[in-house]
Design a protein around this ligand. Structure first.
Ligand code: TYM
Length: 344
């Protein structure tokens, strides 16, 4: 062992991220992920996929899975991803993800995975009945990212630990195979007020696809009336809105609604408070409902239009899969050589 600092990665910047086709997309997915993808595609080479290999770590109805993939793709396109700029593809159409994941399963340590909080949350009380895939899920995520040598990964706050694991796997691979600087140590892009959207029913729980209460979230396919109704019913407290963020501490529901307003309006929470300070939720909620309908309504409408023409969506995915396979091939070939496989 030497004490030399690892050689830094010197390749080009690249963005990569994905969303699981495992339920209706909600405001958290939109603000934490989709909006960021759309912005970054103008700045860097961008790869955005539909994570169907991840989705099957819990049961997915086979007859519906391909349509769920198309629905996520429709959401990508409706929120402004341009297939001419970004490479959009289904994860399972690029077998190299699974192949690299296997190699990384042999690099990652059990102790690292034992620390993953999402596995603990998702497996609940019945860990022994979870799929093995659910346990090694973050290793596949590392493969998704490193296969394309992505350096920036726009995600919500809940993915931060998976990104740390990705960095650990990259560093250990580089070290073990004498390939310092081969894989980048990618950065999670989790800045901004939209990175942690909480449930509308409980300000201490994340807005999530798996929450049994549909009133806990705004879905991208909700009609305007339903959006307004869910915001009207959102849990709040009787106090008026304060002037500073500090005074919102201990009021998680109020903090969440201010954060949602800020993220939807492209402003900071401070700016939003400056506008509404002293007002109660009776005045604030209708304004938030109007803003949410104005922002989400057109996305839902566009998704419905796109989903009416699945063949067009399939064209986008097929073209993206082709490009992704081409981009992935050199990394996998090089990794096979580094590992020492026969014929590599
Ligand atoms: P998934 O499908 O659970 O969520 C998709 C994206 O939405 C973000 N998100 C949120 N952001 C803010 N507030 C919320 N309440 C909220 N809920 C979800 C997630 O952080 C995510 O960015 N493991 C990933 C998919 C994945 C991936 C990858 C991502 C697979 N491989 C490689 C990046 C790079 C996931 O389950 O996301």
């Amino acid at each position: 062992m030497t004490d030399q600092a690892p050689v830094a990665y010197s390749g080009p910047e690249r963005v990569l991220s994905g969303v699981q086709p495992s339920g209706a997309l909600h405001l958290g997915n939109y603000l934490g992920a989709l909006v960021k993808f759309t912005k970054l595609q103008h700045e860097m080479d961008t790869f955005i996929f539909v994570a169907d290999l991840h989705a099957i770590t819990v049961w997915q109805e086979p007859a519906r899975l391909a349509d769920q993939v198309r629905e996520i793709t429709a959401a990508y396109l409706a929120s402004g991803l341009d297939p001419e700029k970004a490479t959009i593809f289904p994860q399972s159409a690029v077998p190299a993800h699974a192949e690299l994941a296997w190699i990384f399963n042999c690099v990652a340590r059990l102790g690292w995975l034992d620390r993953m909080t999402q596995f603990k949350e998702k497996s609940g009380k019945h860990k022994e009945r979870s799929s093995v895939g659910l346990y090694t899920y973050p290793v596949l995520q590392a493969a998704d990212i490193l296969l394309y040598k992505a350096t920036r990964v726009p995600v919500g706050d809940d993915q931060r630990q998976h990104l740390e694991l990705t960095r650990d796997i990259a560093a250990k691979f580089n070290h073990d195979f004498g390939a310092e600087g081969y894989f980048p140590l990618p950065e999670a892009l989790t800045q901004g007020p939209g990175s942690r959207i909480m449930s509308l029913r409980d300000g201490s729980a994340k807005m999530s696809k798996s929450d049994p209460s549909d009133n806990s979230r705004l879905n991208l396919l909700d009609e305007p009336d339903l959006i307004a109704q869910k915001i009207r019913k959102a849990k709040t407290d009787p106090e008026p809105l304060p002037e500073t963020l500090d005074e919102l501490k201990g009021r998680p529901e109020a903090e969440n609604l201010i954060g949602i307003y800020a993220a939807l309006d492209g402003r900071s929470a401070e700016q939003v408070l400056a506008e509404f300070a002293g007002q109660g939720f009776g005045a604030f909620k209708p304004k938030l409902a109007d803003l949410a309908v104005a922002r989400l309504g057109p996305v839902g409408d566009q998704m419905r239009r796109l989903m009416a023409d699945p063949a067009e969506i399939d064209k986008v995915l097929a073209r993206g899969a082709e490009r992704a396979r081409e981009a992935a091939a050199p990394t996998l070939a090089e990794v096979r050589r580094q590992v020492g496989f026969w014929g590599a």
